[in-house]
Design a protein around this ligand. Structure first.
Ligand SMILES: Nc1ncnc2c1ncn2[C@@H]1O[C@H](COP(=O)(O)OP(=O)(O)O)[C@@H](O)[C@H]1O
Ligand SMILES: [Mg+2]
Length: 229
């Protein structure tokens, strides 16, 4: 797909696929187009051209809410929540494949337990720390029973204990055959968690391969040393 903002070609004929149970790492310097790619996949933005298929079904133009209901979850660089609702209420109003309110509440309790926020279920979202907000986002993902999850810089500014928990949950998702697209600034973390890496640069794909191939790719080294430092 391609996407332009005025004079900026944010995405230039980018093509990728994510298989069930596979973690694809997405790296690239600031402004490379990573978040725009995620925004297009989850329906927040519409690509100017191209196609996005979920299990062979074209989802271009489908609303973000419906895309979530189809099993595509995402997190944001800055977590979003309804600050005036409680932690539990945030999950009950979140997109979920459970139509029945009681089943949704059960799933919400289960999700909170999984991310260890169950003791804060009745607290308002505005009372949560930054790290806890991220856990709430993770619980919201669990609500949709995702097939695909798009993580946008989930570990940025995160305490190491929390990182570990997040990584455990990510691995649990992979076990459950969820496909993951992970944007992360730290190459070490990305290499460790991903089976395949895509490097974006100026809206295009600069390189794609196994972590070892990417580490040894002079194009990648150039792109990072040339513009990031
Ligand atoms: N909503 C927008 N309006 C205008 N320009 C945008 C918008 N979103 C992103 N851009 C521009 O598109 C390019 C890619 O941005 P982004 O996808 O956020 O990159 P990354 O996530 O890799 O840092 C940047 O030049 C950015 O300024
Ligand atoms: Mg970004």
């Amino acid at each position: 797909m391609s996407k332009r903002f005025g004079a900026i070609q944010a995405l230039q004929e980018v093509s990728l696929n994510i298989q069930p149970g596979e973690a694809v790492g997405l790296m690239g310097v600031n402004g490379a187009g990573k978040s725009t790619l995620l925004n297009c996949i989850c329906g927040l933005m519409k690509p100017d051209s191209g196609a996005i298929e979920l299990d062979g079904k074209d989802i271009v133009g489908v609303s973000p809410h419906r895309v979530s209901m189809m099993g595509v979850g995402r997190t944001f660089q800055v977590p979003r929540s309804f600050r005036g609702l409680t932690v539990l209420e945030n999950l009950i109003v979140a997109p979920s494949r459970e139509a029945d309110r009681e089943a949704r509440a059960d799933r919400a309790h289960e999700a909170l337990k999984r991310v260890k926020l169950d003791r804060l279920a009745s607290n308002y979202a505005w009372e949560l720390s930054g790290g806890q907000q991220k856990l709430l986002e993770l619980a919201r993902l669990i609500m949709i029973w995702p097939n695909v999850v798009l993580f946008d810089e989930p570990f940025a500014g995160m305490h190491s204990d929390l990182c570990r928990m997040f990584i455990d949950e990510l691995k649990e998702m992979l076990q459950q055959r969820v496909g993951i697209l992970l944007v992360c600034h730290d190459p070490g973390t990305l290499y460790r968690l991903s089976s395949r890496i895509i490097v974006m640069h100026e809206g295009g794909i600069l390189a794609e391969g196994s972590p070892d191939q990417i580490k040894a790719d002079p194009k990648v080294v150039d792109a990072y040393l040339g513009t990031a430092h």
